[in-house]
Design a protein around this ligand. Sequence first.
Ligand code: AMP
Length: 442
Amino acid sequence: MSFEKLGLIKPLLRAVEELGYENPTTIQTRAIPLVLAKSDIFATAQTGTGKTAAFALPILQKLRNAESSEDRAIKAVILSPTRELSIQIYEDIKNYSKHMHVQCEILVGGKDLENQQRALKKGTDIIIATPGRFLEHVEKGLNISGVEMFVLDEADRMLDMGFAKDIRKVHPMLPKRHQTLLFAATYSDKVRKLSKLVLTKPAFIETSKKNSTVDAINQVAYMVDTDKKAALLAYLIGSRNFPQVLVFTRTKVSADALILELQKDGLKCGILHGDKTIANRMKTLTQFKAGEIRVLIATDIASRGLDIEELPYVINYELPSVPEDYVHRVGRTGRAGRHGEAISLLDIYEKFDIRDIERVIGMKIPQEVVEGFEPDPTIRRKDQDELKLKNEHKKPEVKFQRKNPKRHSSNARPKQESKTPTKSFIKPVTKKKRKTTKRDAK
Ligand code: AMP
């Protein structure tokens, strides 16, 4: 899915492109068409899922007619629990609307009310506010009779912070016919009660349940060259004093190679993969649970259903080939609300694969570099190098036919563990096959 396909107008498409957004996140894909179709929305989505753009982009699109109007009336009100979140929303909206002429004001506590009133006199299309300060303005005569869109962002947090009363007071002052979008990270009774009051036939969007990575898990990705991954892993375990860690590899071959590397560093390791007998796997698991093994290396299939309590660290030595497996892997830590940390070691090939994972989990994973393990900037993706060479030298095109199309994807990259070279399943097509003669055979 692309932003174009969601039906967004050009000024918004330009803005998201300039921000580097390539594709909409799950919440954006689901919410944008519904908001454009004037539906009320009840969405459970956490910060980091791209929820701000999910409501801000369609709101801006619906305001495009306001661009030409001289006497601006407030058309959209966005309430958020804190000053900080309001400022963040304000800045996001400024970025999204930079190719449009939309006015936006921010009304938060701790700032001079009269100054805010003066700014409002110039006219604004959108108001972003904390509930208490917004109510103060309304009670002092702010005209909200033209409001068409009302957003309650992080509604659960607003209720926890005691803003229920303010919201309940504001709501009846809004025009009868308006669209309401409610976003909450959790689906509590309080939120449900509020939703009954403010929403009319809402569409439900749940993005944080199935594929979400638990809140308590701190996720980070370290950029590193392929051949330095094992050293970085050993360094992280040692320098950060990880008592126990579960490490995922993509294949049995790389699990076997990794255990040899880590053992050289004196780390007590165990391995769980499909080639090990069940008895062997059970023994390894028991040793790990008893603390006799510090590093447990596992492939995705072998790790399914693993229930190890209080596992604070999960490391993705290689990203999984199926993005959804990331959720299963990372779900091994941060259980029952405990703190957990999920670290992914990303080489230049995986830098691109992680985007698929981010799409599935609906959030960005911060990418960092560990001092002393900075990736070599001269190393580039092989397929990009090939493309560059091809363009430079204009080599005659050779048509390739895949022997086994299932093993090939558009995002294909050389499998590090595969012993057979990539060429083995790609075969050039020659138009006429030369017949073998007896003489040739000789
Ligand atoms: P939010 O959940 O709205 O706080 O957004 C979290 C972060 O994701 C912000 O830094 C946004 O700028 C960024 N973001 C939002 N949508 C996208 C997208 N489609 N692609 C990449 N980044 C995004």
